[in-house]
Design a protein around this ligand. Structure first.
Ligand code: ATP
Ligand code: MG
Length: 240
C-alpha cells in the first residue's frame, strides 16, 4: 500500500526553485531518512507533504488523499519549536492536545491513558505537571514527540527530532522511532541515522537522490567513519 506518493514535484518560494522534480513512493510502514545540507529543501518538502505549502507543479498523495485531507492521520514534530512564553499550559495538556479531533471538546479516560503511556515510553512522565515554558529545549522536543505519537498517526513526520537532545536521549529516541510500526519520514543531520533500519534514504539538495536502505552491515558497536557513509551513498546511486 502506498503511504506517500510524490510525483514530479516542483516548488519555489520566490523566483528560485527550491525543489525540482522530486519523485518517490514510500510504502505503508516504511521508514524514510532524509539528509542533506542546510537550505537544501528538507523542511520545505515536509511542509509540502503536510499541506502547509502547495506545489508549483506536480502532485503529492498521502494514503491516496491530498495532503490537507490527510492531515489528521499525520503526526508532525517541527524543527523549530515556538511557544508563546507566557502560556501556563502543562506538559500533560500539550500531549493531550495530540488527541484532539474535530468536533471533540473533552478528553476521555482513554485519551488520558494514552498520554500517560506515551510519556512513560519517552521517560518523561515525571515532567507531566511542569509548565512547558519551564522546560529545557531537549525536554520540550521530547514533549512534542510525545504529542505527535499520542495521536497514533499512520504517518509520522519528524524534522530533526534529536537535534536538541543529549546523546543518551538521542539513542532512546532513535530506538523508539525504529521500533514504531508506522510510516515514518525523519529528517536528520545526524548521519548515524543511516545505521538504523531505514528502508529508504533521500539526499535532498534542490533535487533528490534516493537510495534503498543502507546495506552497510556495520555493527552498532563498531567505530565507523562518517566519510565512509557519505562515500557509500555517492557510489550507490540507485534511484527509485
Ligand atoms: N518562507 C520562506 N520564504 C522564502 N524562502 C524560504 C522560506 N523558507 C525557506 N526558504 C528558503 O528555502 C530554502 C530551503 O529551506 P529549508 O528550510 O527547506 O531547508 P532545510 O533543508 O530544511 O535546511 P536546514 O538543514 O537548515 O533545516 C532555503 O534557501 C531557505 O532560505
Ligand atoms: Mg530544515
Amino acid at each position: 500500500m502506498k503511504a506517500v506518493e510524490v510525483k514530479n514535484l516542483y516548488f519555489k518560494y520566490n523566483k528560485e526553485w527550491i525543489l525540482e522534480n522530486i519523485n518517490f513512493i514510500l510504502n505503508d510502514k516504511e521508514f524514510l531518512a532524509i539528509i542533506g545540507p542546510n537550505g537544501g529543501g528538507k523542511t520545505t518538502l515536509l511542509k509540502l507533504i503536510l499541506g502547509f505549502l502547495k506545489p508549483n507543479k506536480g502532485e503529492i498523495k498521502i494514503y491516496g488523499k491530498f495532503p490537507k485531507q490527510a492531515r489528521k492521520i499525520i503526526g508532525y514534530v517541527p524543527q523549530h519549536i515556538s511557544f508563546s512564553i507566557d502560556i501556563p499550559i502543562t506538559v500533560f495538556d500539550i500531549v493531550l492536545q495530540g488527541r484532539l479531533k474535530k468536533g471533540k471538546f473533552f478528553y476521555s479516560k482513554i485519551d488520558k491513558q494514552k498520554a500517560t503511556e506515551v510519556l512513560e515510553k519517552l521517560h518523561i512522565y515525571y515532567l507531566k505537571d511542569k509548565r512547558i515554558k519551564d522546560l529545557s529545549g531537549g525536554e520540550r522536543q521530547k514533549v512534542l514527540i510525545a504529542r505527535a505519537l499520542v495521536s497514533e498517526p499512520k504517518l509520522l513526520i519528524m524534522d530533526e527530532p534529536t537535534s536538541a537532545i543529549d546523546p543518551r536521549g538521542q539513542t532512546e529516541i532513535l530506538d523508539l522511532i525504529e521500533s514504531l510500526n508506522v510510516t515514518r519520514i525523519v529528517v536528520s543531520h545526524d548521519i548515524k541515522i543511516l545505521l538504523r533500519k531505514v528502508d529508504k534514504i533521500a539526499y535532498i539538495h534542490k533535487k533528490a537522490i534516493f537510495h534503498e536502505g543502507p546495506k552497510l552491515n556495520i555493527p552498532k558497536d563498531k567505530h565507523f567513519c562518517e566519510i565512509e557513509l557519505i562515500n557509500f551513498l555517492k557510489d550507490e546511486n540507485c534511484g527509485i
